[in-house]
Design a protein around this ligand. Structure first.
Ligand SMILES: Nc1ncnc2c1ncn2[C@@H]1O[C@H](COP(=O)(O)OP(=O)(O)O)[C@@H](O)[C@H]1O
Ligand SMILES: [Mg+2]
Length: 401
């Protein structure tokens, strides 16, 4: 397992996640360096898989992170830089450019972090997107509001988890909000609100080719769950269904248009009431909110591990091959819980393959060969989650420090 060229991978983590990546990279014989946010020093990092670890107050602060990693590079030959969290994706690109390493650089990374850039690039490639306007030029904003009927959403160009998104019903409300935002406003974008189901494709790209993709549909749209509270639900769609096939085809076109090179990817769409599948957003990383576990339950593919295998194969000049994947159906439920440790043992159907262990949270994954069975279980469990556990917290505008 550990033969081949010695490869040193430096992983950036502003959030505690991606331990499966670290484990796999070590198993493949890499030297693994972790640079993580200071507040994460007590998390359960897999010690045996990490050769060296460093903690910093804030990984996104320039030039501190450039100085720090360049300092490490004086005595270490760093081959790859991998962002474990979405907020690290841009930092990783800057560091790659600075150290002249392979992978997505600063220009292209915009397409995966900046919602305005991804909208423009996708729409140039002929992919349907909600009508949108940058918060840059007021004449263009006025023209947009005259042309596109409300409601609209005003959203930050580079946040995640529906943070900072506001639904806007008229022009007065928009101008008031822009006043409040002041100099922050140009970091936002305004777009048409498209009611509809939100779906996602989670996949793997190797040398610019999509080599794996699986389609899911959320229960309530993530914005509704974040703003109104509720149970976050997603379930696997039949891979051969027209719906999934359309999503796979769009995902392929998007990855080409946006310039994805290698690694894991999470892409979201809204199915509009006109039947059109609108591109919502994409990210050059493993989907959050335990979606990786649902993907693994349904297919046996661990996105983190495959990403590690792809980076290592490329660094060694070897060919990457995807392991055989299953096509089962997973259902994932997560909510904020009133109880510190909600009783999840009551979900004891044989389809339950995972229970979340996180304070004040409830979460379960079910898996079956039968999509109808998953639907029934999710309906039943959602009702019980709401009844037994559900707590509602006010939505966040910004990530917690
Ligand atoms: N144009 C839109 N029309 C309808 N709902 C939207 C629109 N944009 C965002 N949303 C809602 O907000 C959620 C979060 O938006 P998204 O662009 O995916 O940002 P985030 O990075 O925060 O997930 C979506 O899942 C969806 O529920
Ligand atoms: Mg989203």
């Amino acid at each position: 397992m550990s033969e081949g060229k010695p490869v040193t991978i430096l992983c950036l983590a502003s959030y505690y996640k991606g331990t499966a990546f670290l484990l796999k990279a070590k198993e493949l014989g890499c030297r693994v360096i972790l640079v993580a946010k200071e507040t994460l020093s007590d998390e359960a990092w897999p010690d045996e898989s990490i050769d060296e670890r460093f903690f910093m107050p804030d990984l996104t602060r320039r030039p501190d992170i450039i100085y720090a990693v360049s300092y490490l590079a004086r005595g270490r030959q760093i081959d790859r830089i991998v962002p474990l969290d979405d907020y690290d994706v841009e930092t990783a690109a800057s560091l790659r450019e600075h150290l002249r390493l392979a992978g997505i650089g600063e220009t292209r990374v915009r397409h995966f972090r900046d919602k305005l850039a991804m909208r423009m690039q996708a729409s140039r490639a002929g992919i349907a997107v909600p009508a949108f306007v940058p918060i840059i030029n007021y004449d263009r904003i006025r023209e947009f509001m005259d042309r596109v009927p409300p409601p609209w959403v005003l959203k930050p160009r580079s946040e995640a988890g529906a943070m900072g998104i506001k639904k806007i019903h008229d022009s007065e409300q928009l101008w008031r909000r822009l006043d409040q935002l002041g100099d922050e406003q140009s970091f936002f974008l305004l777009e048409q609100y498209i009611p509809g189901d939100v779906c996602h494709v989670d996949g793997i790209v190797s040398e610019k080719e999509v080599v794996f993709a699986v389609a899911h549909r959320y229960g309530a749209p993530p914005m509704n769950v974040a703003h109104e509270g509720g149970v976050f639900v997603t379930r696997t769609l039949p891979p051969k269904s027209d719906e999934a096939q359309e999503m796979f085809a769009l995902n392929k076109r998007l990855m080409k248009a946006l310039g994805m090179v290698r690694g894991a990817n999470h892409t979201e769409f809204i199915r509009g009431q006109d039947g059109t599948l609108y591109f919502l957003e994409t990210a050059a990383r493993v989907g959050g909110a335990n979606i990786d576990r649902a993907v693994e339950a349904a297919t046996g593919i661990n996105l983190w591990e495959e990403w590690a295998r792809i980076e290592v194969a490329h660094a060694r000049g070897e060919r990457y091959e995807l392991p055989p994947a299953r096509t089962d159906y997973a259902g994932l439920l997560v909510c904020l819980a009133q109880q510190e440790w909600p009783d999840l043992a009551q979900f004891d159907d044989p389809e339950v393959v995972w229970r979340l262990r996180k304070k004040q949270h409830a979460g379960v994954i079910v898996v079956s060969e039968d999509p109808e069975r998953i639907k029934r279980l999710l309906d039943n469990y959602t009702t019980r989650f709401v009844h037994n556990f559900l707590a509602v917290a006010p939505p966040l505008d910004k990530p917690p420090a």
